[in-house]
Design a protein around this ligand. Structure first.
Ligand code: NAP
Length: 296
């Protein structure tokens, strides 16, 4: 058996087309252009790439993109002042502060300063709390992207045993929460494994749906899954490859070639979860505008 490929790129493209149409409607009916502010402190190369990609995605969706590139030596006070300005700016519906921040800056203080109504990353404790109790809120982009990939690929979630590898605050933990909510798009039985888990393979082999978010290249091997499993690979790992133009290539947390022979469906890396994250950021920004206008 060779698995159906869950094509995150195609799903993301479809969603971005829907989002662009909604942005055009907001402009024509309400005279509002969704505005996303992205703040980058310092020159971390990976962060610069992400910020560039976000700017491009905004332009394609006909959003207003407001980029703030601040020097690495920016003080916490100056950053908080900028966040306060963006909170008060009516043209801005979403604020994203690119993480990680330089060590001198207290990340949690900055995230707490963002107006929860513009917290399109879904990291503000108010929004995390709302998600926890199943209230409408901005859901964090990567885990929400994973859920959308499952739903839009026609994977039945209710009643299934979902095993998540990893318990980080940005991926594993919110996924545990979202998929165990009491609603028709969730209702899963969720187990989360991590570095202190005993007999991990025994648990992963029970998974109907396995989500890997550990940041360990190819750690999920074929012997760790059962036949017919659905696999979503969140991992993005650089491995050396002298034959590649950049000297490295990206691989996921799943041994794709081996696992796809047992799985019913599987997402690749690249081209899986990656394109969904920015898509969900655009989705949350549109949601912010609609919430402000009081429309569905
Ligand atoms: P993280 O903060 O480092 O967390 C990794 C989690 O995996 C931890 O809970 C850790 O357990 C667990 N883990 C690590 N090695 C393990 C092992 N051998 N067995 C079992 N559990 C193990 O990472 P993250 O931020 O969640 O990211 C995870 C991966 O997703 C990374 O590759 C990252 O690049 C990728 N990612 C991709 C996107 C995207 O847009 N596609 C977005 C975010 C992240 P402990 O808690 O016990 O240490």
């Amino acid at each position: 058996m060779s698995a159906k490929i869950i094509d995150g790129k195609a799903i993301a493209e479809q969603m971005r087309t829907e989002i662009k149409t909604q942005a055009q409607e907001l402009k024509s009916k309400h005279g509002i252009t969704p505005g996303l502010a992205v703040v980058l402190v310092g020159e971390d190369p990976a962060s610069q790439v992400y910020v560039r990609m976000k700017g491009k995605a905004c332009a394609e969706a006909e959003f207003f993109s407001d980029e703030h590139k601040l020097p690495a030596e920016t003080s916490e006070a100056d950053l908080l002042e900028l966040v306060a300005k963006l909170n008060a700016d009516d043209k801005i519906h979403g604020i994203l502060v690119q993480l990680p921040l330089p060590k001198r800056i207290d990340e949690s203080k900055v995230l707490l300063a963002i107006d929860p109504a513009k917290d399109v990353d879904g990291f503000h404790p108010t929004n995390v709390g709302k998600m926890m109790v199943g209230q409408e809120t901005f859901l964090p982009c990567t885990p929400h992207g994973v859920v959308q990939m499952l739903i839009r690929s026609g994977v039945e979630i209710p009643g299934k045993h979902v095993v998540i590898v990893g318990r980080s605050n940005i991926v594993g933990r919110p996924l545990m929460n979202m998929l165990s909510q009491k609603n028709d798009r969730a209702n899963a039985t969720v187990t989360c494994v991590h570095t202190r888990t005993r007999n991990m393979t025994e648990i992963t082999r029970q998974a109907d749906i396995l989500i890997a978010a550990a940041g360990r290249p190819k750690m999920v091997t074929a012997d760790m899954v059962k036949d017919g499993v659905v696999v979503i690979d969140v991992g993005v790992n650089r491995v050396d490859d002298p034959t590649a133009k950049r000297g490295y290539r990206l691989v996921g947390d799943v041994d794709f070639e081996a696992v796809k022979e047992k799985a019913a469906a599987i997402s690749p890396v690249p081209g899986g979860v990656g394109p969904m994250t920015i898509t969900m950021l655009l989705y949350n920004t549109i949601t912010s505008v609609k919430t402000k206008l009081g429309i569905e």
